[in-house]
Design a protein around this ligand. Structure first.
Ligand code: TXA
Ligand code: MG
Length: 325
């Protein structure tokens, strides 16, 4: 697999493929997306089929600039506009009311709302600018599995089901976008992600609503799961839990901040999947580490979540879901 960034000519081929109703995988700063023309029902049916995703789970529509939010959304609130202005291009998705027919209802799972974002990656921005329309794209993995942060991950998951994978290197952020529902009285964070809830609150200058039954369709308790069992433990139990699993005959990998790993003592057979220096690096290496566990055929990953600062809340959220059986 080449680590070469997609060329001009490759991006052109991708634009033509999207226009023909084919799927194109492309890099974003969060994770790789599996894209389809957001107004092409047939292409979107193929997308759900390849992803093996339940049809009621809406996908995010990617656009090339914040100016396009009004083309996709209807009566876009001041909060949504402010978030777009402040964080786009970037790892934040706003849910707004759908402008009828601006996006296929296949992409929105039949809802009258739509999730929109402008990704912060030069290849994605070039693709979207040339395509000049919305690209509906969930993460480019099979439903429920670990999201891809490199082109090689996409190939490993989807194989020949996707004809074109644009390579943009390793995703900088490494976990998905923060989703903010701006359709209610108060904005509500539906999924923690690359932008912290503090940053959202500061940008809006008001308190956020709490998530009730408006739970984002498709954010399941169990998700982002490798084949290995993921166990989330507190720092105090870390070394003891690892030693116990090892004594039980399991092959074990560990995942925690470097400061936590370095304070614990492990048997030499224990695999250090990653020892990130801070929460941002934790997010950046998280999915790669979970994939590595499967590549090594490990039975168990024992992880200590980071603090909730910044992108730490998103890392903890994903570890929780990965550990949910
Ligand atoms: O960072 C990201 O957001 C990545 C990259 C590729 O942009 N995309 C991503 O897509 O994570 P996906 O399909 O794995 O997650 C999209 C989630 C859905 O599970 C759903 O919960 C929420 O976005 N969503 C989309 N449209 C929505 C809507 N109209 N109302 C509520 N939630 C929505
Ligand atoms: Mg996903």
């Amino acid at each position: 697999m080449s680590e070469e960034i997609a060329s001009d000519a490759t991006i052109d081929r991708a634009v033509m493929a999207l226009r023909r109703g084919e799927l194109v995988a492309f890099p974003t700063e969060t994770v790789y997306g599996l894209g389809a023309d957001a107004v092409n029902d047939t292409a979107l049916h193929t997308l759900y089929h390849v992803k093996r995703r339940p049809v009621a789970h809406p996908v995010i529509v990617h656009v090339g600039s914040a100016a396009l939010l009004d083309r996709v959304g209807l009566d876009v609130s001041d909060d949504a506009l402010r978030l777009a202005e402040q964080f786009w291009p970037g790892p934040l998705t706003v849910i707004v009311r759908l402008r009828p027919a601006a996006v296929s209802t296949v992409a929105t799972g039949g809802l009258d709302t739509v999730g929109v974002r402008v990704p912060d990656h030069p290849v994605a921005l070039e693709l979207l600018a040339r395509f000049d329309g919305g690209v509906a794209a969930p993460s480019a993995n099979r439903f429920g599995r670990v999201s891809p942060t490199t082109a090689a991950h996409v190939r490993a998951d989807l194989g020949d089901d996707v004809s074109l994978v644009l390579d943009g290197g390793a995703a900088r952020v490494g976990v998905e976008s923060t989703i903010v529902d701006c359709t209610g009285r108060l904005p509500v964070i539906l999924r923690a992600g690359g932008v912290s809830s503090d940053a959202v609150q500061t940008a809006l200058g008001k308190n956020l609503g709490v998530e009730s039954s408006t739970r984002a369709p498709g954010t399941l308790a169990s998700h982002y799961a490798p084949r290995a069992v993921v166990e989330l433990v507190g720092e105090g139990d870390f070394a003891a839990r690892v030693a116990y699993a090892y004594r039980e005959g399991e092959s074990v990998g560990v995942l925690a901040l470097a400061s936590v790993i370095d304070r614990a003592e492990f048997h030499n057979d224990i695999v250090r999947l990653a020892r990130p220096g801070d929460v941002a690096e934790y997010a950046h290496v998280l999915y790669r580490a979970l994939r590595e566990a499967d590549a090594l055929g490990l039975d168990r990953v024992i992880a200590v979540a980071p603090s909730a600062d910044g992108v730490g809340a998103a890392v903890t959220d994903r570890l929780r879901r990965a550990s949910h059986r």
